[in-house]
Ligand binder design. Structure first.
Ligand code: NAD
Ligand code: MG
Length: 393
């Protein structure tokens, strides 16, 4: 039996994870489920999966959690606060940790799982973007296995040779990695209309159903940029060894180009339960509840180059990937602030990239040699971004 902590259980990835687990009750048991504030959903999920621990990160919701858990007759131990997230991510009985908190809030618990030598199912790309080398080193020191949940990275992982040595494309005969992206809901929108796009329009992704932050990142293609940085760290490659390709149908989830001309791709319906089940069962394969691809219905399969005028955030992220760790950390921080402001209706869609670029241009350089330094730099950039927003809004 594998005991699993699901960080961010109430979110899109968290609930898909619980769905896969519920299909295999003989193999997986929930150890802990966590949420930010939504204790109603947390308790509902706990009734089905019966974890030993429940955590609400926002301490003001603790009494409500206690009340709901009592009404539902749950026997789980109840906790509140950020340190409890770290505790359930690194607790001794846990075999696997699904890291599915969105944003920088996921860094400490995800890192704790890596430091504790857990099998980490990594959905929270922002943690890796912020802490890069430190995160990979922590996993190497503890022997933690990091398996990518992001569909593109999971696809690349599946297309790499089994004996792939971190960072060594040459020995494996690989020319480069091909990171595919759909281009999101505004791929063909006339450029002059982007300024008036609403949060709901930005979150209406044509192929994927996801949380609101990553949905906006998909509409600006910042998501692909963060994924490029994520891929650099996960596979030990340089930004120049990754090519971004638009593939609007989201059936090919990414590819590896070999030097002999072969291209290996991983295909599937756009449903996150596939990479979740792959990583959870790795190296075995289990049923994920995902419908098989129906090739007779795939009448159109197309590819395009990304347009940096339409997607300035993608350019910013590629520049940050080529620059330094502090540039990636700064980009992640300012983007979380600007996306949040857009979702609250405080700024226009096109201002997300404008604010990101303005703050990156005035961000001080910094030596990020510890997690504390990363966290204080993250806070410094957020403060700068919030000041910038006052001017922009
Ligand atoms: P979501 O918004 O649906 O869920 C986010 C989860 O994080 C929720 O459980 C929420 O309670 C929790 N959370 C938010 N803020 C928190 C805080 N301050 N402290 C503690 N917990 C907090 O997001 P999602 O779409 O499930 O995405 C989760 C992560 O997975 C993101 O990093 C995203 O980039 C990544 N990801 C998602 C998808 C997808 O299809 N949804 C695909 C690839 C990668
Ligand atoms: Mg992805």
């Amino acid at each position: 039996m594998q005991y699993i902590t699901v960080l961010g259980a109430t979110g899109s990835i968290g609930q898909s994870t619980l769905d896969v687990m519920a299909r295999h009750p003989d193999k997986y048991q929930a150890y802990a489920l966590t949420c930010h504030r939504d204790v109603e959903t947390l308790v509902r999920l706990a009734q089905a999966s019966q974890p030993e621990h429940l955590v609400v990160a926002d301490e003001s919701q603790y009494s409500r959690l206690c009340e709901l858990a009592r009404q539902a007759n749950l026997h789980a131990q109840l906790h509140a606060g950020e340190s409890a997230l770290v505790t359930v991510a690194s607790a001794q009985p846990v075999n696997q940790v699904m890291a599915a908190i969105v944003g920088a809030a996921g860094l400490l618990p995800t890192l704790a799982a890596a430091q504790a030598g857990k099998k980490v199912l990594l959905a929270n790309k922002e943690a890796l973007v912020m802490s890069g080398e430190m995160f990979i080193q922590a996993a190497n020191r503890s022997g933690a296995v990091i398996l990518p949940i992001d569909s593109e990275h999971n696809a690349i992982f599946q297309c790499l040779p089994h004996n792939y040595q971190y960072g060594d494309l040459e020995t494996s005969g690989i020319s480069h990695l091909l990171l595919t992206g759909s281009g999101g809901p505004f791929r063909t929108t006339p450029l002059e209309q982007l300024v008036s796009k609403t949060p709901d329009e930005a979150c209406a992704h044509p192929n994927w159903s996801m949380g609101r932050k990553i949905s906006v990142d998909s509409a600006t293609m910042m998501n692909k940029g963060l994924e490029l940085i994520e891929a650099c760290w996960l596979f030990g490659v340089a930004p120049e060894q990754i090519e971004v390709v638009l593939h609007p149908q989201s059936v090919i989830h990414s590819m590896v180009q070999y030097r002999d001309g072969s291209v290996l791709a991983q295909l599937g319906n756009p449903d996150m339960r596939t990479p979740i089940a792959h990583a959870m069962a790795y190296p075995q394969r289990i049923d994920a509840g995902v419908a098989p691809l129906n090739f007779s219905q795939m009448t159109n399969f197309s590819f395009e180059q990304p347009d940096f005028q339409r997607f300035p955030n993608l350019r910013l992220a590629i520049e940050a990937a080529k620059a330094n760790q502090f540039a990636s950390t700064a980009l992640n921080a300012v983007n979380e602030v600007s996306v949040d402001a857009f979702l609250r209706g405080q700024i226009a869609f096109t201002q997300i990239a404008q604010i990101n670029e303005a703050i990156l241009n005035c961000a001080p350089s910094s030596q990020l040699d510890s997690i504390d330094a990363v966290l204080s730099y993250d806070a410094e950039i957020r403060a700068l971004a919030k000041q910038g927003l006052k001017g922009a809004a």
